[in-house]
Design a protein around this ligand. Structure first.
Ligand SMILES: [Zn+2]
Length: 600
């Protein structure tokens, strides 16, 4: 047992309650304990303490008064250096990768939802004991915490060098599927919970292994990798998507239908997306978990920690995640261009790109990106997608710079790439803290060309990126196709609205906004107004916006029949300005030029 130890009891699975007993061997006279308010990697104050049901303390076998100081801190007047035990219950039923979950099928938790930290002891060794539940003998346990004494199923005692390490190692328990592989000498384990019997585990292991080997080479060449072991925890659900990166592991959530199936053949779009998620979170092992913003030197888990650099850490990771799939041969070039087209369209169809720069979007992630509301698309831009396009523009710009300097001491490279810049940053920053200045300097040192002004424009202004011009140089052309009706009208429909059309967002400048449609409107029907004098108008019930094409065709005016707060309203929409609205599709026009980017 370390100076601070936790016992985890999951017997109350039916009630979704995790019981924790934290034992502090030598507490202070006035001992304060606290729970984080957010989890690193997910930039939102989540107030994990809201899930604590009750908390009590004991010393020398007697109850001690526990004083709550704030929403997430408590203090106990103790007899110094006598063991203090704090017992508390946590409600665990959040179906995401960010908090905790417990039922009779599965238990998952992040330490930030479960372990109270003890002031003054954060740098000490922390130990945890997790007992196998009595209700299911098939359960196993997987975590990247170092085990000090565990049974064959993985239950037992674990340790962490400090509190930060303790909360960076999520724990999964259940009757899950598990497999492993060695990549560049590093043991990788993959755990999948919720997989159907048709799941092809060896296909997933083979494909993920390729990604891991590629990325280890990417960062380290033939040198020793920075990781000694790695764990992927995937929860397969009916409907879900997301991931959260950790130093030696990642927690993922994805659709069950996106898992590879035995004898499936060509990868489905869903499986490609799943591989992209594996690739993304694994890339974070280097890009944000080690190489990280200088502002993240010491994280304050009680409040927002601001950085302007998420366009780099999330955006560049988003650029490389799919690019690595095509470089590994896991997807076709046409698949990759489809994914890139989607990213480009997402940015181009977000009016907020004219309001927020990528740096501003990063800084305000806590209140804008992570707190989506009806106006979000009009006031900010995703630092994932815009950041990925900045990475693309930078990569292509670098590849167009002719290398002229003397490289007498090494093999002459015809051009530099963003890979070179990432590796140089890794070396320059010693795999640690970095700022935007380090990026600019790494580029200048490598290429002897000053790209500061360009990068400043892309990152700190709202000017359009030169994406399509640059892609042309690499044999990629953009074709334009008619958009979906939601885009033509300038609105977004709520995905969970089922057969009813509920307006979720109204985009700035769109014809829906001009006509007066509002967020929350339920669009029931359209009346198509005849163009002919004395012609009959027609009314149609609609369940999807694309039905407008069938019923209105080339007619200029329609009336939208709207239910707003249950009051029926008719809104006249002029469709005239809409027909120019196009969605872009990237196609390969010159394979030899394209190969200079995608395969080198
Ligand atoms: Zn990410």
């Amino acid at each position: 047992m370390g100076p601070i130890h936790y016992d985890i009891n999951i017997e109350q699975a039916k009630d979704h309650i995790i019981e924790v007993t934290a034992s502090l061997l030598k507490p202070k006279g006035k001992q304060t304990v606290r729970l984080p308010s957010w989890i690193p990697g997910s930039y939102l104050i989540r107030e994990f303490s809201k899930d604590i049901i009750k908390i009590s303390a004991k010393q020398n076998g007697r109850s001690k008064k526990i004083n709550q100081l704030t929403k997430n801190t408590w203090s106990i007047d103790c007899q110094e250096d006598h063991e203090l035990k704090i017992n508390y219950l946590i409600f665990a039923r959040d179906a995401s990768v960010r908090t905790a979950w417990l039922d009779l099928d599965r238990c998952f938790f992040n330490g930030s939802s479960v372990f109270l930290s003890a002031d003054g002891f954060e740098s000490e060794k922390h130990t945890v004991a997790i007992k196998k539940p009595s209700f299911n003998s098939n359960w196993k346990l997987a975590t990247s915490l170092v085990s000090s004494k565990v049974d064959l199923k993985g239950f037992g005692v674990f340790e962490a060098e400090n509190y930060q390490e303790l909360i960076d190692c999520p724990v999964e328990m259940g009757d899950f599927w598990t497999g492993q592989f060695i990549a560049c000498g590093v043991k990788h384990r993959v755990v999948v919970t919720g997989a159907p019997i048709t799941f092809d585990g060896s296909k997933l292991l083979n494909d993920v292994k390729k990604i891991c080997e590629y990325q280890i080479h990417f960062w380290h060449g033939k040198k020793k990798p920075v990781i000694e072991h790695y764990l992927f925890l995937l929860w397969a659900v009916n409907d879900g998507y997301g991931g959260l990166e950790h130093k030696n592991s990642t927690a993922l959530i994805a659709n069950r239908s996106d898992l590879p199936r035995v004898n499936q053949g060509k990868p489905t779009d869903g499986y490609i997306q799943l591989l992209g998620l594996f690739s993304h979170e694994y890339f974070h092992t280097w890009n944000i978990k080690r190489l990280r913003p200088v502002e993240f030197n010491s994280l304050d888990l009680t409040q927002e920690n601001y950085t302007e650099l998420l366009w780099f850490f999330e955006g560049f990771t988003s650029y490389f995640d799919d690019l690595i799939l095509v470089r590994c041969g896991l997807i076709e070039i046409s698949d990759y261009l489809k994914l890139l087209s989607k990213t480009l369209n997402q940015v181009l169809q977000t009016p907020g790109r004219n309001i927020h720069s990528a740096a501003q979007a990063s800084f305000e992630a806590w209140t804008k990106y992570y707190r989506p509301q009806p106006n979000t698309a009009n006031i900010t831009v995703s630092y994932y997608t815009k950041g990925a396009l900045i990475a693309l523009c930078l990569d292509l710009t670098l590849r167009l710079i002719t290398v002229t300097q003397d490289h007498s001491d090494e093999k002459i490279k015809p051009f530099f790439t963003l890979d070179d810049v990432m590796r140089k940053l890794w070396v320059d920053c010693k795999g640690g803290l970095m700022s935007e200045m380090h990026l600019l300097k790494a580029i200048k040192d490598l290429t002897h060309v000053n790209l500061n002004q360009k990068i400043n424009d892309w990152v700190h202004s709202t000017r359009e990126l030169p994406t399509l011009e640059l892609l042309k140089n690499f044999g990629v052309e953009a074709k334009f196709e008619p958009s979906q009706w939601a885009q033509k009208l300038g609105l977004r429909i709520a995905e969970s609205s089922g057969p009813n059309l509920i307006v979720k967002q109204v985009l700035d400048g769109g014809i829906a906004q001009k006509a007066g449609i509002c967020e929350g409107d339920e669009w029931l029907a359209i009346e198509v107004i005849s163009r002919k004098k004395g012609g009959q108008s027609q009314s149609w019930r609609i369940n999807k916006l694309d039905d407008i094409q069938l019923y209105a065709g080339e007619h200029r005016f329609i009336n939208a029949l709207i239910s707003r707060d249950k009051k029926m309203t008719q809104i006249k929409i002029d469709l005239k300005e809409m027909y120019n609205n196009k969605t872009l599709r990237l196609i390969q026009s010159d394979p030899s030029r394209l190969s200079k980017w995608l395969t080198q």
